[in-house]
Design a protein around this ligand. Structure first.
Ligand code: ADP
Ligand code: G6P
Length: 736
């Protein structure tokens, strides 16, 4: 039976050795707490780092460690101290974490970190390859393992691989500062499905893929060689029932079963019944905005002094990544801030801030959630923020107010919370006042909506949606109405070719016989191509046509001496067996004077674009522009041209990063059909990669073998993935 293999740096438990014995403590952080529920429910194996380095593991404990992990359905990846230093404390948390959270100034671009990151990602990939069966589904998690998908895909191309990023994906402007940006994207693109918490992260990712790798992206599909990679957003939920049930059980506890913390909280409430408790829980991380929150709290108390002695802020900061210098500095900053504010504002009866720097057991977390009137979460950036959701889930009587930063992924789904900008102290002070004075009915009305949504879209639903999308991973055939020219279909085509008495071939040039080049003039034919075409062209009973949108001057230079048949400018000119080009269609060119200034104005306003002027057509190329901007301008140009040309006999063709204006009565379909009528052919073959070739695919008879290069939608019968495959196929023709 197939299983799901979950891979993340952090396992749901962390092992520790103390007094020679082994103990397992639950991991904190959204990934581990969220995935734990998914893991416990199904048939899965979780591979990750145990929390101990090789140097810390005595041989005598090795078996015990494996057993302990096995009990949790886990298996470990061995990491040395050096690995952890460069991979975890280094590249993951000193380069990627700050960069992806927009703390550019904290990001360190160290080659050593990057090298160790690669080595360690390979260790994770090897662990997967060792443990995964062919049918297993691989689900890789988070920013520590972004190269793993590609490393696994290389070795197991047929295995389904999903990747989920639990942190924000930054805008292209930030991401592009990373020296290894292309490698990171390529690593991720080993996946079949890439998931993000929000649409914004997804959008940023797709924009980077387009701009940095120049790949085709259509809606949320990325086309890479013979694969379509799906990208989507899946906002992570929580184990609603677990928190809800824990809160209910918590309320039903007898006095003597209550935790020490709960008893203290109860005593406090009893002694000061009017005091409101405001709670914040985060890992001690600069992205969580803890220092700003403390300053905002001081600001609030100064702006509304009537709340002095009436509110108390409980800050639970969970120790995190304490080997990273920025975290050490932050710890010092928070300690000092709490000390100063408490020092300045405390009275005999009142300390404004209770500060805990520790990890608490789950039960205490529930104590805090259920006892606090307000949860105040102010991340400066946060992929999701599950604490916000957990707080709401534990409010069994529906009271309680959530104040949440707009910069958290969860804010998108939690509109009924009081959303704030963590940099706006004025707004935060007013929002705190609003929260303190909010009538119970309003609190309940807001929480009712929030709870319903959290209950419905819980972590299980989240994981199922991701998994279902991965199962449905788009088969190229789903998005493309043509069939892939598989080895067996290719064989049939070759056999037909061999048996045919009279063959007619139409071969498009750019994007078909050769790849694209930034400068079209540089995409000249190579020796291998000449040899290949020579062979086919010299075969008995074979009529080969190069059919292209190119101008006749270029093709004269490249191919006339080879005596190939050629149709250029989409069908305006024809040359047979080395003769000079002749007009194939009567075309007008008066319109060009009218269109030229329009195209020129688009060139001026679209850096990187240029005009290619042919005898009877004009093309605006935008391959070298910013992809999003170029596309936007192309749409704009299309509108302008369509309104301008009105009923004229000219039309606009949308090619591959090119828009061409030409006479309507000229296209490759019409030209190829005219050639077809010149003799009796029993094997007709047409191959091409863009819109202009679709005319051939549509107009040639049903019996013709039409082949699209690429994975986009087409009228062709078949498709191949790349120009490399085109050459392989033609080589087989040439061998006949
Ligand atoms: P992040 O993933 O950045 O740490 P989240 O808010 O998404 O932030 O997730 C934090 C998770 O860690 C929550 O599920 C929360 O319950 C858990 N957690 C936070 N503090 C503690 C703690 N002191 N003890 C145990 N679990 C904690
Ligand atoms: C965030 C990250 C997780 C990480 C967690 C705790 O939630 O997205 O990948 O596990 O923080 O951080 P840590 O460094 O302790 O694993």
């Amino acid at each position: 039976m197939s299983k799901t293999i979950i891979i993340s740096n952090r396992l749901p438990v962390q092992l520790q050795i103390s007094d020679g014995g082994l103990s397992a403590i639950p991991s904190v952080g959204g990934l581990a707490t969220g995935m734990k529920s998914v893991h416990s429910g199904g048939e899965s194996l979780w591979i990750g780092w145990s929390g101990l380095t090789d140097e810390e593991i005595p041989e005598s404990l090795e078996n015990e460690i494996d057993k302990a992990l096995e009990n949790h359905g886990c298996s470990k990846v061995r990491l040395t101290e050096n690995d952890v230093e460069g991979f975890y404390f280094g590249f993951s948390n000193r380069t990627i974490w700050p960069l992806f959270h927009y703390f550019l100034e904290y990001s360190e671009f160290e080659l050593d970190f990057w090298n160790t990151y690669k080595v360690v990602n390979q260790k994770f990939a090897d662990a997967i390859l060792e443990q995964a069966g062919d049918e297993d589904i691989i689900w890789v998690h988070d920013y520590q393992l972004m190269l793993v998908p590609q490393m696994v895909k290389e070795k197991r191309p047929n295995t389904s691989i999903g990747f989920f990023l639990h942190i924000p994906f930054p805008s292209y402007e930030i991401f592009r500062t990373l020296p290894w940006r292309e490698e990171v994207l390529q690593g991720l693109l080993g996946s079949d499905l890439i998931g993000f918490h929000t649409y914004d992260y997804e959008r940023h990712f797709l924009s980077s893929v387009r701009r940095l790798l120049g790949l085709d992206v259509s809606f949320n599909d990325i086309y890479l060689d013979n694969r379509v990679i799906k990208v989507d957003s899946f906002p992570m939920g929580i184990d609603y029932k677990k928190f809800r049930d824990a809160a209910v059980a918590h309320e039903e506890r007898k006095e003597n079963n209550k935790s020490d913390l709960q008893q203290k909280l109860d005593n406090h409430k009893a002694s000061a019944p009017d005091t409101k408790l405001i709670l914040s829980i985060d890992r001690l991380d600069y992205s969580k905005g803890i220092a700003k929150r403390l300053n905002a709290f001081e600001y609030f108390l100064n702006k509304y002094p009537e709340y002095k002695e009436k509110v108390r802020l409980i800050i639970l900061a969970v120790p995190s990544r304490s080997n990273v210098p920025q975290y050490q500095l932050l710890k010092r900053e928070i300690d000092e801030l709490v000390g100063r504010i408490n020092g300045e504002l405390s009275t005999v009866n009142w300390t404004p801030i209770w500060y805990f720097y520790r990890s608490l057991p789950f039960e205490n977390l529930i104590d805090l959630y259920t006892s606090s009137d307000i949860a105040w979460l102010t991340p400066l950036r946060d992929g999701m923020n599950l604490v916000a959701k957990e707080y709401v889930a534990t409010r069994t009587d529906k009271t309680g107010v959530l104040i949440l930063s707009e910069m958290a992924g969860s804010a998108y789904e939690m509109n009924e919370a009081l959303l704030i900008n963590p940099n706006n102290f004025e707004q935060q002070a007013d929002t705190l006042k609003n929260a303190i004075t909010m009538p119970k009915e309003e609190q309940m009305a807001r929480n009712m909506f929030l709870q319903k949504r959290l209950e419905r879209y819980n972590v299980e639903v989240w994981a199922n949606e991701f998994m279902n999308a991965l199962h449905k991973k788009s088969d190229v055939e789903d998005v493309n109405i043509s069939r892939k020219l598989s080895p067996s279909l290719t064989q049939e085509v070759i056999e037909d070719y061999g048996k045919a008495k009279n063959r007619l071939l139409f071969l498009d040039y750019d994007g078909t016989l050769t790849g694209f080049h930034k400068d079209p003039q540089k995409a000249s034919p190579d020796e291998e191509l000449y040899e290949l075409l020579d062979k086919i062209n010299s075969q008995e009973n074979t009529t080969l046509f190069l059919i292209s949108g190119r101008d006749k001057q270029t093709f004269t230079k490249w191919f006339l001496h080879k005596k190939y048949n050629m149709i250029v400018e989409h069908g305006v000119w024809i040359s047979k067996e080395g003769e000079e080009f002749k007009l194939l269609e009567k075309v007008k060119d008066q319109w060009m004077e009218k269109i030229r200034p329009v195209l020129e104005s688009f060139v001026d306003r679209t850096p990187g674009s240029f005009i290619e002027e042919k005898n009877y057509s004009m093309a605006w190329h935008y391959r070298n522009t910013d992809p999003d901007f170029g596309q936007k301008r192309a749409t704009e140009l299309n509108t302008v041209l369509t309104s301008l040309i009105g009923n004229d006999d000219i039309s606009v063709l949308n090619g591959n990063k090119v828009m061409e204006v030409k006479s309507s009565n000229v296209n490759k379909g019409r030209a190829s059909v005219r050639m077809l009528g010149e003799a009796d052919y029993d094997f007709v073959f047409a191959i091409g990669d863009d819109w202009t070739d679709e005319f051939m695919f549509q107009e040639l008879p049903e019996s013709a073998i039409t082949v699209k290069v690429g994975l986009q939608k087409t009228q062709a019968k078949y498709h191949v993935e790349s120009t490399k495959r085109v050459r392989e196929l033609l080589n087989q023709f040439a061998q006949i």
